[in-house]
Design a protein around this ligand. Sequence first.
Ligand code: GLN
Length: 561
Amino acid sequence: MTQKSYIRFLERFSLLWGNGMVHYVFVTGGVLSSVGKGILTSSIGKMLQTRGLKVNVIKIDPYVNVDAGTMNPYMHGEVFVTDDGGETDLDLGWYERFLDLSLKQENNITTGIVYKSTIEKERRGDFLGRCVQIVPHVTNEIKHRIKRVTKRSEVDIILTEVGGTVGDIEGLPFLEAIRQMRLEEGFNNTLYVHVALVPVLDVTNELKTKPLQHSVNELRRIGIQPDIIVARSPKMIDAEARRKIALFGTIPETAVFCSFNAESVYQVPLMLDGQGMGDFICKRFGFDCLSQNFDEWKQFVEAVLNPENEVKIALIGKYAGLKDSYVSMSEALLHGGAACNTKVRLKYISAEDLEKNPVSIRELKSFDGIFIPYGFGPRGTEGKIAAIRFARERDIPFLGICYGFQLAVVEFARNVCGLRDANSTEIDQNTAYPLIDLMPEQRKIMNKGATMRLGSHKVMLKPDTLAHNLYKQSGVYERHRHRFEVNLDYSQNLRKHGMVFSGKSTDGRRMEILELPKSYFFFASQFHGEFKSRPGKPSPGYYGFIRSCLAKKRGEPKPKF
Ligand code: GLN
């Protein structure tokens, strides 16, 4: 053991002895949504983690949906899937990527889930005849759910991000619950962080702190006095703005931090740590300030910011107008790129536009790779199929995920196996060749929420295939979210024409990965590798794709993995 690691060991030990309590950080947001609360919460977690502390993160979503699974990605962004099959808010994806954690369904608390269980308890008679009220019964349920995560996770710090904006009606019970948590857990073990927008006025180039002041007031009206205020602004705040924020927020100037626009979100923990936020929180909680270690993180950020190479990728999707619909996928592509020193220039192309204007397919030849993401329903599918055909026939590197996998099977059946009207029954129920069909267990399901094949399932990889070479293992766990699958009646025919199913479920009955060995790189998976992709540990399929796009662009032979 080196002297440095011995000191860290001692530091960690004294920390555990010094304070056995779990500490709570609550993050609220003001002025408007999308101020980057998710990134801020993840960054606070990162600052603490790099000081040797163990963290866990909860996201509160005040909407009435029980989970995010039934929400339209075009309005709310992607649905993030956890190992245990939770269909959650996309912020859990940021927590997992920043902190390299595997979170659970219970890490996402919604109004829907809180009321559902409160009402179930009432129906069972658990409240013994009492009138069931928002305070204390609903707030108790919220606290119970936060503390349940605490109990199960054996960590030093629990971060809880409250979604929405302070002042929203639906957020009130949650803010009341976190207010009460200070009474129960003590001042020394709780910390409120409030982040709000500080815009710069175009005409005068002046930082405006008034909206932030109002949102702090709104928070105080509910009974929460923030301990830390983070100004979310386009540029670093000046001394005057800091002074005003501290004065009106009733906090010392040293408790004001600024999250300004950065080239990459992965810079945010470094930016805030540089301003002393990590040390401030440790001191506030009475932790002996542990030395932080950002070495690996910095290396990754450097690879993201200053890559030597570049590839252009076309993402053809139904929800191309909203980048958050594909955020785990675009991040996985970025992780894959960083691992081979390559910037990924991603262009979002509407599958429907491609369908309406087939001539534009030809424009895809200017890309180094074609990527077909997840999707649901018939709209835009012919555009995606045409793009897959273009990739296969022109030998442009191709990666397909979930629907992208299923449509690659349809395209191959139509244009290589000669099954001309082949389709998925999700698109055409009466197709003569149902290459993709509902999984048998799905047939009797009526409800939409939480009923797909979800979460982590084992995938067995065939030796001497691209999949096996990429993963370097014979069995891997990957996350799923689908109702349809490859119809086994056709697998023989597909195989005969050169499609290799290199990944299958453990019983061999579910096709999980396909590849075309004759192509430069043609790879697709039924599962979503992006959910487990991390900075410095890219998902193998995504890494292989970007690496191949780069090699092909340089005119090199196909890379060996
Ligand atoms: N719509 C397809 C299915 O349900 C694919 C789902 C997806 O892409 N996540 O099987």
